[in-house]
Design a protein around this ligand. Structure first.
Ligand SMILES: Cc1cc2nc3c(=O)[nH]c(=O)nc-3n(C[C@H](O)[C@H](O)[C@H](O)COP(=O)(O)O)c2cc1C
Length: 389
């Protein structure tokens, strides 16, 4: 029997084997030149995590239409040129033995905002002077996400069908660009979650009302994406497991949704939370408000996993290798995703492997670094580090 840590035990989903269970959570970089095209920054950013040997490296929320971008600097995949620009990234991630993942998204009524480093406010005509002209936003209902945000256009059923098609088209492009895992962004108050949540959806047609109606758009997108994504490749779906408000989307709703998603070929439900009221999800208070201690969203992944039977990914203030390992060994989730922690330390997986005794000889390191890092350990006399030999 192997006593290897579960975090560094491969996991096969459909035809894809992840070399370990550490996932780079999607992280918006707001670094395009207004054209949705990946550039040197995206390559440098994502390739670092592959050198750090995360099993699965997700790129940021990537818009399926120009209007679906959060900011003018967001990545897009609404044309073939954008897909082409992503190919060097997927090639490099593969060359490190890691798996490249794409997150497809539409920001809905949270589109047309300034990037966070410049204040994250809704764009106004005055921002056109700096190349950040606003654009009309869309949503299930004509209700602004915050008092200052523009009132979105309430989508017609024809427009909803066009957006479902945009998700399917983006899926084909993502496959062509070399991604081997796809995630639908159904969280954080963006378009799909604003249909799901009673706080964002006040329609009285087939796409609103009760839970079945509010889930309709998410499920239609899922069906179209699954049909466009090869059968042997895994499909993930990110949910906001709760809205953080008692009259909003609940964990019980998430269990129902997870079952419906699994029935339509979703392999992993990625359990995030919050965002429906406008704030970035990672700043939204948890249910009942208050603190976000380490692993605060793990209970969502745990509940969804056990009550729906679908694999889950846990995310949110996961920073310690033993904490991550415990989430898996206690069977609370199947994968762990890191965001801020892995930006702080892109080599987190390699350091975690050392901490968990999974890589005593630095064999997991890229060949170019491994021999030298091993020598470093010897020179330092293993001070503060585990012996390499
Ligand atoms: C800079 C930044 C950008 C993010 N961009 C995305 C994104 O593109 N898509 C998404 O689903 N979540 C996004 N998130 C949320 C993260 O994926 C993650 O769920 C969240 O940060 C919690 O994990 P952490 O505590 O390890 O950072 C972002 C978070 C940060 C800090």
């Amino acid at each position: 029997m192997s006593d290897a840590p579960l975090l560094f035990t491969p996991l096969t989903i459909r035809g894809v084997t992840l070399p370990n269970r550490v996932v780079v959570s999607p992280l918006c970089m707001y670094s395009c030149a207004g054209d949705g095209m990946a550039n040197d920054w995206h390559f440098a950013h994502l390739s670092t995590f592959a050198r750090g040997k995360a099993g699965l490296v997700f790129c940021e929320a990537t818009a399926v239409t120009p209007e679906g971008r959060i900011t003018p600097q967001c990545l897009g995949i609404w044309n073939d040129e954008q897909a082409e620009a992503l190919k060097p990234i997927t090639r490099f991630i593969e060359s490190m033995g890691c798996v490249p993942g794409m997150q497809i998204a539409h920001a809905g009524r949270k589109a047309s905002h300034m990037r966070p480093s410049k204040g994250a406010a809704p764009l106004t005509e005055a921002d056109a002077a700096t190349g950040n002209a606003p654009w009309p936003t869309v949503a299930p209902s004509a209700e602004a996400v915050t008092p200052n945000a523009p009132v979105p256009h309430a989508l017609t059923t024809e427009e909803i069908a066009e957006l479902v098609q945009a998700f399917a088209d983006a899926t084909k492009r993502a496959h062509g660009a070399g991604f081997r895992v796809l995630e639908i962004h159904g969280a954080h108050g963006y378009l799909i979650q604003s249909f799901l949540s009673p706080l964002g959806n006040h329609r009285n047609d087939a796409y609103g009302g009760d839970l079945q109606g509010r889930m309709r758009f998410a499920l239609e997108v899922t069906e179209a994406v699954r049909a466009a994504w090869p059968d042997d490749l895994p499909l993930f779906f990110r949910i906001s497991a709760v809205d953080g408000s008692d009259d909003g989307w609940s964990l019980d709703d998430s269990v129902v949704l997870a079952r419906e998603l699994a029935a339509r070929g979703v392999d992993v439900v990625d359990c995030s939370a919050g965002g429906i009221k406008g704030a970035p999800a990672f700043r939204t208070p948890v249910q009942g408000g208050g603190e976000r201690p380490p692993g605060f969203q793990v209970p969502y992944a745990d509940r969804v996993k056990h009550d729906s039977g679908v694999k889950t990914m846990a995310v949110g203030v996961i920073y310690d290798p033993h904490q991550a390992e415990a989430i898996l060994t206690e069977d609370r989730a199947d994968l762990v995703a890191l965001g801020r922690e892995i930006m702080y330390n892109p080599f987190w997986p390699l350091h975690a492997a050392e901490a968990l005794d999974a890589d005593p000889k630095h064999d997991m390191w890229p060949e170019q670094y491994g021999w030298a890092v091993k020598r470093r350990s010897q020179i330092l006399g293993f001070k503060g580090l585990r012996a390499a030999e």
